[in-house]
Design a binder for this molecule. Sequence first.
Ligand SMILES: O=P(O)(O)OC[C@H]1O[C@H](OP(=O)(O)OP(=O)(O)O)[C@H](O)[C@@H]1O
Ligand SMILES: NC(=O)CC[C@H](N)C(=O)O
Ligand code: SF4
Ligand SMILES: [Mg+2]
Length: 500
Amino acid sequence: MTDKPHDYCGIFGVYNHPEAAILTYYGLHALQHRGQESAGIVTSYYDINKGRYVMPMHKDFGLVLSVFDDSKVFKKELIGRSAIGHNRYSTSGSSKNPANIQPFRVHYRNGNLAIGHNGNLTNARELRERFRDEGVLFQSTSDTELILHLISHSQKETVVDQVLDALNQIEGAYCLMILTDEQLIAVRDPNGFRPLALGMIDDSYTVASETCAFDIIGAEYIRDIEPGEILIIDREADVNHEPKSFYLEPKPGTGSSQCIFEYVYFSRPDSKIFGENVDKIRRNLGKQLAKEHPMDQVINYVSGENRPIVISVPDSSNTAAIGYAHESQKNGYDCKYDIGLIRNHYVGRTFISPGQKQRDQKVRTKFNPVRGVLEGRSVIIVDDSIVRGTTSRYLVDMIREANPKEVHFLVSSPPITHPCFYGMDFPDPDELIANKFNGNTEAIAKEIGVDSLRYLSPEGLVSAVKEANDSHHSYCTACFTGDYPVPVNFGVEKEENEIV
Ligand SMILES: O=P(O)(O)OC[C@H]1O[C@H](OP(=O)(O)OP(=O)(O)O)[C@H](O)[C@@H]1O
Ligand SMILES: NC(=O)CC[C@H](N)C(=O)O
Ligand code: SF4
Ligand SMILES: [Mg+2]
């Protein structure tokens, strides 16, 4: 494993809409938090002059705003009524290799094909070795390319059958947007690791990782793509308003295992994923924290004294902190939720930045304490997760400078102890602060400089999520528990296929 912590990607697609590329641009913009490394859009149309279908593409390293800063790209290049887009954060293949920027676009015997992938294939090494032995020359070092080879190597006749054939040979986590000359195909793996939703705008279907992408373009959320579902959106679907679905069988003994960390941290709070609002779930996680760690067990609570302050680490833990404060108030504790930290919005997500030096620098420039709120108070910080401890260490130092009476830290998820192989690249297990201190919470508290540190229990996490979302699907909790729902290959290195 590399020392770079990475997370997941954002995918978006729209079929048969006159503004396909622009809608995709806005969709990717809303999904920026899912990947900040590179961005790309592919469109499709029939070129009358050339007498064939074409698939224009524009992609580059950087944020959506900068990759598409020239509006001419939309007027002159990204023409067509169908489009797919991708925001990447690498899990397989180097982040610096331009060949790994998605979507990928190829031409093969059935026409043009483009793909955008959110997730990580757990049998990528085996597939690559197989193709390598067959003499395939690879264009990239990413796992996603293997899906294209599987499609083009399929002996089936139609594109849809070839896609089905390919999907039956891949394992792990994959939400896919596949654009062909005549279809938009949306796929969610049988475990349903990553979210994927279906929407509609002006009678055209659209698909996105999270519903916040629909809100930004004024699309209506219809439903989630189900785990194992392959949804074919084509002209027929457009007329009948009923896209055809196929289903992949889950492997025997495995049910659904949606990524619980999407609810804890990844997704935007204004999104609905896995059938429920992220905001609602996060509030419930805060409530659960208050049940597991009542305020008088966290601080030396004396009724009538200066009210304790509950603060979040903006923005990802805002709602969990509100949930904790409200539940504590309901239970009779006279505390106050307040804004104790101001966040600089021009600094992105920190624990996904490459290199410890950069991460340190980013945290330093990202937050400022509000002295008037913190001075002389008992402060309870609520954050959604501690990975390496970079954020918490710096924050606590800053908060201490504002002279609080005492500082306590509550985490609305359990300690992260295991790497993820399903589309989220946590650091090497040895770098995880929970492992560095062998799970000794007091030692971690000392390291980050707080008077006390408490986590949500794994059982509490699952029950709080299930209480707020009564869907019959289950969740993956492997990074907290080590229970991997799909077998993983611990020896795989993210950059093992790079040439330089
Ligand atoms: O222990 P660490 O390695 O520092 O990682 C954990 C921190 O990183 C995340 O925030 P991040 O800054 O990535 O994103 P956010 O701005 O969306 O909260 C998370 O919410 C924690 O605050
Ligand atoms: N985080 C992701 O979903 C990454 C997708 C793909 N595995 C890549 O590395 O490009
Ligand atoms: S290991 Fe953690 S981050 Fe990865 S899919 Fe499972 S719950 Fe999500
Ligand atoms: Mg955060």
